[in-house]
Design a protein around this ligand. Structure first.
Ligand SMILES: [Zn+2]
Length: 462
């Protein structure tokens, strides 16, 4: 009898231990991936539930709004959403939850609540978890309209538009074909006004079609979007053609230096090998990587106009190559490559001081592939200038520079046939014709006039 009691006691203790241990098992882990903040006409619900080993006994997803609860998914009614088994222990629930899928949804705040439970110890214990997300439902598209008038766009050139957008916190700007130019608060351009007034610089790139549609856009986080046209005229611009004869002496000088500084290129030149294949890789692959880097630098732009007045042309420089010159490369009489030159080449004499084209902040000062030693200055609202082939650099990233301030000395680093300055201007990282930015009349007509008409002060008139 005592023996039997002993066994019962041991069993009871063992059961207790199992009960406690099983109870320690993790509850399901819930992640609401979508929506993040907003629900529009079209929106998606995306939820994952992780339940290690044990199976899910309950999963309910509901939307609460104005005291009403609408079921979005339940294990008992699996047809209401798409259930995907992502891993042996993780499922994903997806379904549309926008106004289109749920016509009863009201504009305003709502809450998504997910509860999940798993059982352990043969169904004796339950582990529960829940997660919630507060969202705002918005179905009206934003409103966007141009404020400035008379927009003229040269092929390869820049333009600026002042526009209003409501509500002011949505994404907006100018769309030129598939290129996006974000707008910035007009207060950053010296126009003290309501937060819905914006300024966007945009371009018709040298290789875009003259008929490329140009329009304003606005898009909120709920995915509601609106477009608006504005008056503009586009003008064709002839670009020159040039021929470059590649000499062995040139290739031997430039290729090894560029390869040394460009570990991203996997090409190697052995003793006695021709430098031509490596040159072609530099002129194509590295040129493309450098262009991507310049686009990435545009992300560091300031939200306000940092510059004043026309950009500084390099005094008495001799122009050796202009914007968008089409170049055909020959080696030993045979055509080997074609590229477009997307800046200005300006030569005076060797190692002349290079001056900042306008006020701004340095965002890059280092070796940059085909441009050799290179400085990029941000002038705000997506406008940046680039100075290439430098022999020495006198500024560092983060430095504030003034127009006319010496930032470097010219040289022939990178892909340069001789000592000269390669100068370019970028909008959102895409090269545009710098001639416009040097021209006081262009600055007045395209920028200053529009800011003044929008109520701006003395900006851009220095
Ligand atoms: Zn150049």
């Amino acid at each position: 009898m005592r023996y039997l009691l002993g066994i019962l006691l041991v069993l009871a203790v063992a059961a207790g231990i199992v009960f406690v241990v099983a109870g320690r098992g993790a509850a399901p882990s819930i992640q609401i991936l979508q929506p993040s903040k907003m629900i529009g006409v079209d929106a998606s619900l995306d939820v994952t539930v992780e339940t290690p080993k044990a199976s899910l006994s309950r999963l309910d997803i509901v939307l609460e709004q104005n005291g009403k609860t609408t079921p979005l998914f339940s294990l008992g009614a699996p047809a209401s959403a798409t259930l995907t088994q992502e891993t042996p222990s993780r499922i994903r629930i997806s379904r549309p939850i926008g106004k289109r899928a749920m016509p009863d949804l009201q504009a305003g705040s709502a809450r998504i609540v997910v509860t999940a439970a798993r059982t352990t110890l043969f169904g004796m214990r339950t582990k529960e978890a829940s997660a919630a997300r507060d969202v705002t439902a918005r179905f009206n598209p934003p409103r966007v309209a141009a404020v400035s008038t008379h927009h003229y766009v040269n092929l390869g050139g820049s333009e600026m538009v002042v526009y209003s957008v409501s509500p002011p916190d949505v994404q907006s700007g100018v769309q030129v074909g598939d290129m996006i130019y974000p707008g910035f608060a007009a207060s950053g351009a010296g126009v003290a006004s309501d937060p819905g007034l914006k300024v966007a610089f945009f371009a018709l790139l040298y290789d875009q079609d003259l008929g490329t549609p140009i329009r304003l856009f606005a898009r909120d986080e709920a995915g509601n979007q609106a477009h608006a046209s504005f008056d503009y005229k586009v003008f064709s611009k002839p670009f020159s053609k040039g021929r470059i004869d590649l000499k062995d002496a040139f290739l031997q000088r430039v290729v090894p230096e560029i390869l040394e500084h460009s570990p991203e290129l996997k090409v190697a030149v052995g003793p006695g090998d021709s430098y031509l294949p490596a040159f072609l890789e530099v002129n194509n692959d590295l040129r493309r990587l450098n262009a991507e880097k310049i686009v990435a630098l545009s992300q560091q732009t300031a939200p306000e106009i940092l510059w004043k007045g026309p950009f500084l042309p390099l005094g008495n420089a001799q122009v050796e190559s202009k914007f968008a010159d089409h170049r055909t490369y020959f080696y030993q009489g045979a055509e080997v490559d074609q590229q477009v030159h997307l800046g200005f080449d300006l030569a005076v004499t060797q190692k002349i001081p290079v001056l900042a084209g306008n006020d701004g902040r340095v965002v890059f000062a280092d070796y940059l592939g085909i441009y050799g030693n290179c400085v990029v200055v941000d002038h705000g609202m997506g406008v940046q200038s680039l100075y290439g082939h430098l022999s020495s650099i006198e500024v560092k990233p983060g430095d504030t520079v003034k127009k006319n301030q010496r930032i470097a000395r010219s040289g022939m680093t990178g892909l340069a046939g001789g000592d000269h300055l390669h100068f370019s201007i970028q909008l959102q990282g895409h090269p545009v014709n710098p001639v416009e930015w040097w021209d006081p009349h262009w600055i007045e007509d395209r920028v200053t006039r529009k800011l003044r008409e929008a109520g701006g002060g003395a900006l851009a008139t220095k």
